[in-house]
Design a protein. Structure first.
Length: 297
C-alpha cells in the first residue's frame, strides 16, 4: 500500500512532576506507529515540515519514509505540555507553523490519506476541500488540536470548531477523544453528536477514551452500530502520543483489511503498549513488544 500522512512535526517540552524533557512530537508518533505496521511492499509518504536545528530529533524515524513532501522551514512549532494524572493536559505553544504545502498531483496512487491535526493549522478547510475533490480513497482525520483555540498567550483551549460540518463532509473516518468530540457539535449527548456527524457523510467515528478503551461507531445499511473495546490493563507511565499510535494502527489495518474489529483490537494493543514507554526511541519496539504479548496469550 501507499499511504500519505499529513501533519506538523513539533518539538515537545514535556513537564511532569516538575521535570522537563525535550522530545520529538506531533506527527512523529503517527509515523513511528505506521512503521510498526507496514509490510515490505508498503510505502509511507510524509507531508510535514522540519527545521535544521531540530532535524536530529526526527531523523531515525523520518529516514525510513518517503520524504519528497517534507518541507524545510526556519522553525517548527514548539509546545509545552504540562501533564496531570487526571484530566486533559495543558498545551502552550511558543510558535505555530503555517499550513503545510500539500501534494496536488497523482493523489490516487495512495490507498489512504491520514491527516492528524497536530497543531490545528496543519491544513486549511479549503486545502481539505481540494484534497477531497481530487482524491477518491479513504481520508482519515484525527481532530486533535483543531478542537483547541488559541488565546493571546498561545494557550490552547477547547472551543467549538467553526463550520465543522464543512470539514466533516470531506472525510470518511473521524477520530476524537471524549473532550474533542464535544467541540464538533452544539449537542451534548454522545449519540446525538454521532448521528449529526453521520448526517454529513462520515462513515466511521472513532472515539478514544484514555484508560477506558475506545469505541468505533459505524454506518451499516443506514443504521448506526458500534464496537467497544476496553483498554489493556497495564502500568501507565506515559500518555503522550497514545492517541496518535491508536489512530495510525487503526487507519492502517482498516485501510488494508476493511475489518473494523480487527483494526480496533490491534489499535488498542499498540496504544496500550505505548503507555509503558518512557523514551521516544522505545516506540521503535512497538511491533516486537506486540508480538511478544500476543505469543504469551
Amino acid at each position: 500500500m501507499n499511504i500519505l500522512v499529513i501533519g506538523h512535526s513539533v518539538v515537545d517540552s514535556i513537564i511532569e512532576d516538575k521535570r522537563c524533557s525535550i522530545k520529538p512530537g506531533g506527527i512523529f508518533y503517527t509515523v513511528v506507529s505506521l512503521l510498526s505496521q507496514i509490510e515490505q511492499e508498503d510505502k509511507i509518504f510524509l507531508c510535514s515540515s522540519i527545521d535544521n536545528n531540530n532535524a536530529v530529533l526526527f531523523r531515525d524515524v523520518y529516514d525510513r519514509v518517503e520524504k519528497k513532501f517534507i518541507q524545510i522551514i526556519n522553525s517548527i512549532s514548539r509546545v509545552e505540555l504540562v501533564l496531570s494524572k487526571d484530566g486533559e493536559r495543558k498545551e502552550t505553544y511558543s510558535k505555530i507553523a503555517e499550513n503545510l504545502m500539500l501534494p496536488e498531483k497523482d493523489l490516487n496512487i495512495f490507498n489512504g490519506i491520514l491527516i492528524n491535526m497536530i497543531t490545528g493549522y496543519d491544513l486549511s478547510l479549503n486545502q481539505l476541500k481540494k484534497l477531497r475533490r481530487n482524491y477518491k480513497g479513504i481520508i482519515y482525520l484525527d481532530v486533535h488540536t483543531l478542537s483547541r483555540g488559541v488565546d493571546q498567550n498561545l494557550n490552547r483551549i477547547f472551543r467549538s470548531i467553526k463550520n465543522f460540518s464543512d470539514w466533516a463532509k470531506c472525510i470518511d473516518i473521524l477520530q476524537a477523544n471524549e473532550s474533542e468530540l464535544k467541540t464538533l457539535s452544539n449537542k451534548s449527548e454522545e449519540i446525538n453528536i454521532i448521528e449529526e456527524l453521520f448526517s454529513y457523510g462520515i462513515n466511521q467515528v472513532v472515539i478514544t477514551r484514555s484508560d477506558k478503551g475506545a469505541t468505533v461507531y459505524y454506518n451499516d445499511l443506514n443504521s448506526i452500530n458500534y464496537i467497544y473495546k476496553e483498554a489493556l490493563k497495564l502500568k501507565t507511565i506515559n500518555k503522550v502520543g497514545c492517541g496518535d499510535v491508536f489512530g495510525a494502527v487503526y487507519f492502517y489495518n482498516y485501510t488494508k483489511n476493511k475489518n473494523i474489529l480487527l483494526a480496533l483490537e490491534k489499535a488498542n494493543l499498540y496504544a496500550g503498549l505505548s503507555t509503558t514507554y518512557s523514551e521516544t526511541k522505545d516506540f521503535l519496539n512497538l511491533k516486537k513488544d506486540a508480538q511478544e504479548r500476543i505469543s504469551k496469550k
